[in-house]
Every structure is written in C-alpha cells, then in structure tokens.
Design a protein around this ligand. Structure first.
Ligand code: MSP
Length: 511
C-alpha cells in the first residue's frame, strides 16, 4: 500500500470574484499534490467554497439573488478558475452540500456530548468581512470615531443569545501540542505568534448566531445557526466521509497539511485543533501558512482597481509561466509583490533562456547529429560524472524543501542544476566535438538529455503543460514520468520528435 498524503486549500468565501490571492493558495497546494503523486503517494487533494455566514448572505442580497442561487453561481466561478489554473483537485466541497450539513451537525453533537458547549449571551465586536469576533483591545479607532479590526475590517457591536465553545479549557493542551509538534505551525515566526496569543489566555468562543439564518442549524436549537468558521473548518473532515469512518476516504484523515494564508492562521492553529480535541477527532499534522501578495507594491483592493483576475494573468503570460512565477518570486511564508517587470524577467531569463535554450540547444544537436535518436552513454569524464551526480541528487533535495513548502528554495535547487548544465554544455562544446570526437559528443549530449529529463520530470508539478511537452521531446513515455522512473535510463536509439521550443519569450505588445 502506498503512503497517503492529504492536502487542503482553504475553502473560499463566495462573496465576490476569485482573485490572484485565492489562485495562489490553490496553486501552491496543487504543486504539493502533484509532487506527491509524482513521488508515488496515494494523494487526496481537497478544495472548495465556504458559502454560509453573514458576509455571503449580504453579498447575495446586494446581487439581488437568494443566497443559494448566488452561491451556486460564485462557487461555479471559483471552480472554473481552479481548473483554468491547472489545479488538480480530487474533490470540490461546498459547505451548502447535504454531506457537509450532516457532518457539521455531528461535529456539534460530539463537542456538546463531551460537555464543551453551553448557552449564553454574546456581547462584543464582530467584523463581518473577517467573520471574526474581536476584543476591544485589538481594535483601532479611526479619526471619524469608527473602529476597525487589525485587518482593517469595520466592526459592529453585536448582542445576541449564543452558544459558546469552552475554548478556555484548551489553553494548556494547545500549548502542549505546539511544544510536542514543533512543526505543527510553519513558518516558525507564525508559530511564535500563535503561541504568544494562546499564552495570553483564551476566552470561550461564541459559536452560534441568532440574528440571521444563512447557516447550518444548531442541532436541537433551530433558531441558532452555527458560527460560519465552525462549519467551514469541518469541511476538511466532511470530505473524508465523516461521520462514516468506514468510508473509503476516511483513510486520508488526519490531513497532512492545511495550507492557509497568514490572515486565517488563528482559526486553523487555535480553534480548529481545539474543536477536534473536544470532539475526539484526530488532529491534522501541519498548518502551513503563507504570506500575501501585493500588486506593484500596493495592497490589492477594489477601490484601487488593481485586483488581479488570475485567468487574465494567464492570458497575458501563460499558465505555466504564472504558476512558476508565483512559486519562485517570494518565499512561501513571506509577502511579495506581483509586478509586470518581475514576471517578464522570470519568464524571459529563467524559463526562455536558462531552461528553454538549454533544451533547445541539446535537442537540436541530437536531431542534427544523432539521427534524431537518443545517443548512448560512453565512458564518463570527471566533468560528466559531476553533472550526473548533481542530477541524481535533485529528487532528494526537492523532497526536503517541498515537505516544508519551501517552493522557492526547491526551485533554486533546480536552477542550480540548470545553470550547471548550461556551463557544462559551454565547456564541453558538443557542436565542436562533432568532427573531432563524435563518440564523445554523443556522451555529452546523452548526459544533457538525462539531466533535462530529470529537470522536466521534477518540474512537472510547477509547470505541467510545458514540462509534459519537454518530456515528449525527450522521448519519455507517459508511464515513465514519475520520480521513481528516473532510475531507469531510456534505451539508446529511442527516437525523438523534431525539437520545438517550449517557452516563448514574452514580447511587449506594440504600443
Ligand atoms: N473562507 C475562509 C477560509 C475558510 S477555510 C476553512 C477565507 N476565505 S477567503 O476567500 O477570504 O480567503 C482564502 C485564502 O485566500 C486565504 O488563505 C487568504 O490568505 C488567501 N488570500 C486572500 N488574499 C490574498 C493575497 N492578496 N495574497 C495571498 N493570499 C491571499 O478566508
């Protein structure tokens, strides 16, 4: 039985159109899912939409639609965006589905049966935009006297009957969890923030609302709907078949990684494990949080009109190019900016020049001088052996980086090899060997073809389209594109199709 790997994206609020921030989390999770499949794992990759709560209810009202028709429409658009971004999800969950209502109600019953829910009265600040409760001390007062949350979201005073979750009972257990599993929250900076938040003391959490009804009803209290985050977090468990532990999907729980943005770390690293502990359900292994994108250095906002629609970006630069850029440009945990200039540089220098030209030069030489077939490897010089060794070491170093979502470092490892191969081809000058030593030329080209095969194989999770085409050109059959297949060299004489560039340069459109 192969090893299992379960990875999730956050489920997206369907209050508006998808933007590049949403696409980013999904692409990052997709790279992980594809990499693990490539590495022989039994993978379950979940994404979907978060459809309840006041924020969505209000957006539906503004659009003049009933909440269900509105969420049907926006959820379908998110799904389309995911597919267009090459996101290879195995299931797409919607929190308005029946399976999810059943699962969330069961979660509630279990937490309740364990004695962690009581009825009370909530009075305090609430930000609909974040669907979050805030303490007075967390807020800032604007010059006009209005108050805003740390995220900048406006808050309103709420007073209503509410059920509470005894979050305060979990402070020590949570601290023990962070202590005993130091990589439960990555990167370390975020872990430290969470630890100091929990050390500061946890108050019980309001987990039901009574002033609107777009939500999952509380079992036994139909005038209450569940707090949207309780319902939302449960999606990860619902998709595994909960509460049916005999479901085929149940084998995937607990999740290996929940990928989330830094803005929603508290929900995932504090509330979620506490809910699960209360209900007696196993905890996810890791919460991997990422930083945010700005656009040309500015925060994305509707009022600035700089919100990037991922599908448009793909039309301009190409899908593989956009995926590569997002994974390469900034460290996963940190913030970064999307700029036209940076995109063009990555596309033209790293993809078109460094990798594209290396493949094009090698394949053209093989087409012209080796009868269009893969040459055989002769005796290896020290220089050849060095490149062969570096190529062989790449899978392990990528695994190590990607297991901690260090996408840009993994790509840096790949580019070290790309640069090494470029210096190797220049040093060995196979075009000159053609007359002087054809056998030596064949060996050099074969060393390069094998390096390109490893590069293209390992880059498939990042750029599935272009790397698939590169593997076609290298004569690699469809069933020999996994990491394990790299151990078996292709037979010399394998015919190669005529070479074709895979990375066009980006050229500015004429003004
Ligand atoms: N519905 C909740 C998540 C529930 S998960 C049980 C939610 N949805 S969201 O649509 O607002 O955001 C989803 C993700 O998009 C978050 O991980 C968030 O960090 C990410 N991003 C939103 N804007 C972003 C950027 N500008 N840059 C990078 N990621 C951003 O929160």
């Amino acid at each position: 039985m192969s090893r299992r790997y379960y990875i999730t994206t956050p489920i997206y609020y369907v209050n508006g159109a998808p933007h590049i921030g949403h696409a980013y989390t999904s692409i990052a999770a997709d790279v992980m899912a594809r990499f693990k499949r490539l590495d022989g794992y039994d993978v379950f990759f979940l994404t979907g939409t978060d459809e309840h709560g006041q924020k969505v209810e209000r957006a539906a009202a503004e659009a003049g639609l009933d909440p269900q028709s509105f969420t049907d429409k926006v959820s379908a658009d998110f799904r389309d965006m995911a597919l267009k971004m090459g996101v290879s999800f195995d299931d797409y969950i919607r929190t308005t589905e029946e399976r999810h209502k059943k699962s969330s109600m069961e979660l509630w019953r279990r937490i309740d049966a364990a004695g962690f829910i009581y009825l009370g009265h909530y009075e305090g600040w609430y930000a609909v935009r974040d669907e979050a409760f805030y303490d007075e001390a967390e807020l800032t007062t604007r010059p006009d006297g209005s108050k805003v949350a740390p995220s900048g979201a406006p808050v309103a005073w709420v007073r209503e009957p509410s059920y509470f979750f005894k979050l305060s009972a979990f402070q020590d257990k949570l601290l023990e969890l962070y202590e005993s599993q130091p990589d439960f929250i990555t990167p370390a900076g975020r872990r430290n923030e969470v630890i100091s938040f929990v050390r500061g003391g946890l108050r019980d959490l309001s987990i039901s609302r009574t002033t609107f009804n777009w939500g999952i009803p509380v079992p036994g209290a139909p005038d209450h709907v569940m707090y949207v985050w309780l319902d939302a977090l449960q999606n990860y468990v619902t998709a595994c078949g909960f509460p049916d532990e005999s479901a085929a999907r149940w084998r995937f729980w607990p999740a290996d990684v929940h990928m989330v943005g830094k803005d929603i770390i508290r929900f995932h690293a504090v509330y979620w494990p506490a809910f699960l502990m209360a209900a007696g359900i196993a905890l996810p292994r890791r919460i991997a949080s990422h930083g945010w994108w700005t656009v040309e250095g500015e925060k994305m906002s509707k009022s600035l009109g700089n919100v990037i629609e991922p599908r448009k970006l793909v039309e301009t630069y190409g899908l593989d190019q956009v995926r590569y850029f997002l994974m390469r440009e900034k460290p996963f945990g940190g913030d970064g900016t999307i700029s036209h200039q940076a995109l063009v540089t990555r596309v033209n220098v790293e993809l078109a020049n460094d990798l594209g030209n290396l493949a094009q030069r090698t394949l053209t030489l093989i087409a012209r001088n080796c009868d269009g077939a893969l040459p055989a490897l002769g005796a290896l010089s020290e220089d050849d052996a060095e490149l062969v060794r570096a190529t062989g070491a790449l899978p392990a170093s990528m695994r190590e980086k990607l297991d901690y979502q260090l996408f840009n470092e993994a790509l840096e490892e790949v580019w070290k090899l790309v640069r090494a191969a470029n210096s190797y081809i220049d040093r060995q000058a196979p075009w000159a060997l053609r007359r002087t030593d054809p056998a030596r030329m064949a060996t050099v080209l074969r060393v390069l073809a094998d390096t390109l095969r490893a590069l293209a194989t390992l880059l498939q999770p990042f750029m599935p389209g272009a790397m698939g085409r590169m593997l076609d050109q290298l004569g690699v059959p469809a069933d020999a594109r996994r990491i394990a297949a790299l151990a078996a060299p292709l037979p010399p004489g394998t015919p190669l199709p005529p070479p074709e560039g895979v990375f066009p340069r980006y050229v500015e459109p004429a003004a």
